[in-house]
Design a protein around this ligand. Structure first.
Ligand code: F6R
Length: 242
């Protein structure tokens, strides 16, 4: 695992975008799996700048997303599909046909999950997986549980995650109780993991992820086993590390 500690979340975003540039330079048709939330926003802003200055192109890339709320369609402002369009896809040259996402308003989530994994496999797997970490150590929406999850599936969100994510909603009651997420095994299949964590609220989870035992009680700890994982932290997120 490579760990880089940078001065600010903006510096983390800039560094993270260098990994994306490098990935797309090595393979224009890279398959990238994106995450939402606050952590990757500086990276997305920087990627848009790089695109506008002609330093990067997503024209041959393929995109997936690690998770989505159940019940929210793509036009819902809090859906992760909407977030990706607003914060990145509508501002770069990634073709619409290459934008894959989990449909939060699917009628049959089992079929949705199977089709999603099939599509990823057909494209040769994920080259680069972007991740954030929840304060409870979740990755994607894989919450702490007795065992590591495997496939893409519907999960019940913990009260903690609902409370943390309620900041994005007008009313905490509007936060969906269920989400569809790629499982830990699917996430770990990616050829590279790029984990971004910033801010003091992540310090405890980051310590467990990097220095703790590998346990499904902290799902992110599994990345210790990945052969090509990069963790980008700001000083605050890194502040509890030995
Ligand atoms: C979002 C996702 C989540 C977030 C995590 C951190 O697609 O997969 O695991 O990465 O909850 O969220 P932020 O960055 O908002 O602190």
């Amino acid at each position: 695992m490579i760990i880089e500690v940078l001065a600010s979340k903006e510096a983390v975003g800039k560094r993270a975008s260098e990994y994306i540039v490098n990935q797309l330079q090595n393979k224009k048709s890279s398959t990238i799996c994106f995450a939402t939330g606050s952590s990757p926003l500086p990276m997305y802003a920087h990627l848009i700048e790089l695109y506008k200055s002609g330093s990067i192109s997503f024209a041959a890339a393929h995109a997936f997303n690690v998770d989505e709320y159940c019940g929210l369609g793509e036009t819902h402002p809090q859906s992760f599909r909407y977030y990706m369009k607003e914060n990145l896809f509508d501002h770069i040259d990634l073709p619409l046909k290459n934008q894959n996402y989990l449909h939060g308003d699917a009628c049959d989530f089992k079929a949705e999950a199977e089709n999603y994994e099939k599509k990823i496999a057909e494209l040769g797997g994920i080259d680069l997986q972007i991740l954030g970490i929840g304060e409870n150590g979740h990755i994607g929406f894989n919450e702490p549980s007795p065992r590591f999850s495997e496939n893409t599936q519907v999960v019940e969100l913990t009260e903690e995650t609902i409370a943390v994510n309620s900041r994005f909603f007008e009313n905490p009651d509007e936060v969906p109780r269920y989400a569809i997420t790629m499982g830990i095994r699917e996430i770990m299949k990616a050829r590279m993991l790029l984990m971004i964590a910033t801010g003091k609220s992540k310090a405890e989870a980051v310590k467990k992820m990097i220095e703790g035992e590998i346990t499904p009680a902290c799902p992110a700890s599994i990345i210790q086993q990945h052969e090509n994982a990069v963790v980008l932290l700001d000083y605050e997120a890194a502040s509890f590390l030995q």
